[in-house]
Design a protein around this ligand. Structure first.
Ligand code: XMP
Length: 518
């Protein structure tokens, strides 16, 4: 489905910075639509995109590297404002005839800058005052291109910001998009509204309205099927579609026996009873467990589950009648074609939930959330009336608890994990951390350890508790939970879950570990 009905948009050219998505999120939060494209996007495409302004992101390279990423210099002739951030500023300097020099030392972290000019981009900031900004750069500007003047300086960086006001080209050496630059949002908003003249028209209610309209046009009188998992993305996809085409949408929930306690019933309750959707629960638990019998290899588990999911889904869909489309909850971060300096990233784990389905079933895809970030999806969910627990639900892997049971997946081991998992979630929620952390769950280890309960020696299972903080799951850190919360989780699990006599807390970050254990 080709979307993009937004005229007020901003283009972000990506030079590979880890913060590029943050720029986009800040712009969207200001209610301006934007897209991220690789820095080498062709000038014809850039013109066709029709942006009101362009942001050049930061990046890890040095402008003098042999393969330093470059954008088409034609962007400087489009007559639209340009803001270069960090490497983006160095690119502007280099491309327009200035000089970038290698600084003796990297400047990294919180830095003070002094704003020394009255310019629209710094509106709301006072001249001659010092502001905290986040810097992360090796190179710096030695000589600005003709026509530019310096707007700010720091101790190590005489040109911390610059402008050519006649052309409306700006450069900042620091990162206004990160939270460590407290006035960064103000600066970005100045660029959007005062300089590019954008209007704040990108709102989730306008998104809902337009998306429903365009889905109706695309789908016509055809039927759509949608796999529901109970996660935020598939739930919001289903509700949006249901609004658009009502009973021409059929949803399938495959209970693979690897869901969390009570999850399948909860999803049925919301979607069938509350929304009145045509929802079909396929109880395939036994079937999946049979296929997983004796399997201990993580990749093999994932492959089996992916394959079985396709076959179960396909046979149910056949019974439901002919559909032309399959709806999927793909989000914008999955779509962004970012610049990778490390070559194609290796497949670390097979992430297949519904992968392969459209080809097997010869279905066309409908992906209404393709333009959205997760927080925007949540807002859409809220506006569509989904319950808060569902809207804020933590991510859950497609292969479910199978990748949290190390070793063989058996009904007994599933029972131990489910009962432990409920306790982790309950204590995390009660302590107010459920929505603050990225994920919190229990993992059942394939080892047994010695313990003592009463007068008896025990030889039982170990549960690992995994709680992480993350922005996008690409990197994550273990959550520094208060000891008493960890203590309550451990006591409750050991005292009430039969078969567990030890609880450990996972204190590894990603990388080098991953969030899930398999
Ligand atoms: P890892 O373990 O690779 O996980 O650090 C990153 C994020 O992805 C989730 N995850 C999955 N999600 N299907 C999914 O839909 C999968 O097969 C899968 N494996 C991992 C994981 O929970 C974390 O949020």
């Amino acid at each position: 489905m080709k979307t993009n009905l937004y005229r007020q948009k901003l283009l972000i050219l990506d030079f590979g910075s880890q913060y590029t998505q943050l720029i986009a999120r800040r712009v969207r939060e200001a209610n301006v639509y934007c897209e991220i494209h690789p820095c080498n996007m062709g000038i014809k495409k850039i013109k066709a995109f029709g942006a009101k302004g362009i942001v050049l992101s930061g990046g890890p390279a040095s402008i003098y590297d042999k393969d330093a990423p470059m954008a088409d210099k034609g962007i400087f002739n489009l007559g639209v404002p340009i803001l270069g951030i960090c490497y983006g500023m160095q690119f502007i300097t280099h491309a327009l005839g200035g000089i970038v020099e290698k600084a003796a030392e990297r400047e990294y972290g919180n830095t003070k800058i002094r704003v020394n000019a009255d310019e629209a981009i710094f509106k709301g900031l006072e001249g001659n005052k010092r502001y905290t900004v986040w810097m992360s750069h090796g190179d710096r500007i030695d000589r600005m291109p003709n026509g530019f003047v310096a707007l700010a300086s720091s101790k190590n960086c005489p040109v911390a910001a610059m402008v050519d006001s006649s052309k409306r080209f700006f450069g900042v050496q620091f990162h206004p998009e990160v939270a460590h630059t407290p006035d960064g949002t103000k600066i970005l908003r100045n660029f959007l509204f005062r300089i590019c003249g954008c209007e704040p028209t990108w709102t989730m209610s306008s998104f809902i309205e337009r998306t429903i309209r365009s889905m109706r046009e695309t789908i016509g009188n055809e039927r759509v099927i949608c796999g529901l998992s109970g996660g935020v993305d598939s739930s919001v996809t289903a509700v949006l579609l249901h609004r658009a085409i009502k009973d021409r949408l059929s949803c399938i929930l495959v209970d693979n026996g690897l869901l969390r306690k009570g999850e399948a019933l909860e999803v049925m309750e919301v979607f069938r009873n509350h929304y009145g959707m045509d929802l079909h629960l396929v109880d395939a638990a036994e079937h999946f467990l049979k296929r997983l019998k004796g399997v201990t290899d993580p990749e093999e588990k994932r492959k089996i589950i992916g394959r079985e999911f396709i076959s179960v889904f396909e046979s149910k869909a056949k019974v439901l009648g002919k559909a032309k489309y399959l709806a999927q909850g793909t989000l914008y971060p999955d779509v962004i074609e970012s610049v990778s300096f490390k070559g194609p990233s290796a497949t670390i784990k097979s992430h297949h939930n519904v992968g392969g389905l459209p080809e097997v079933m010869k279905l066309e895809l409908i992906e209404p959330l393709r333009e959205l970030f997760k927080d925007e999806v949540r807002e859409v969910g809220r506006q569509l009336g989904l319950p808060q627990e569902l809207v804020m639900r933590q991510p859950f892997p497609g292969p479910g608890l199978a990748v949290r049971i190390l070793g063989e997946v058996t009904p007994d081991r599933l029972e131990i994990l489910r009962n432990s998992d409920v306790i982790v979630l309950d204590e995390i929620t009660k302590a107010g951390f459920y929505e603050k952390v990225w994920q919190s769950f229990a993992v059942l280890l394939p080892v047994r350890t010695v313990g003592v309960m009463g007068d008896e020696r025990t030889y039982d299972n170990v549960i690992a508790v995994r709680v992480v903080d993350s922005l996008d799951a690409m990197t994550a850190d273990w959550s520094k939970l208060p000891y008493d919360v960890l203590g309550r989780i451990s006591n409750r699990i050991i005292n009430t879950v039969k078969g567990v006599n030890r609880v450990v807390y996972d204190i590894s970050s990603k990388p080098p570990s991953t969030i899930e254990w398999e």
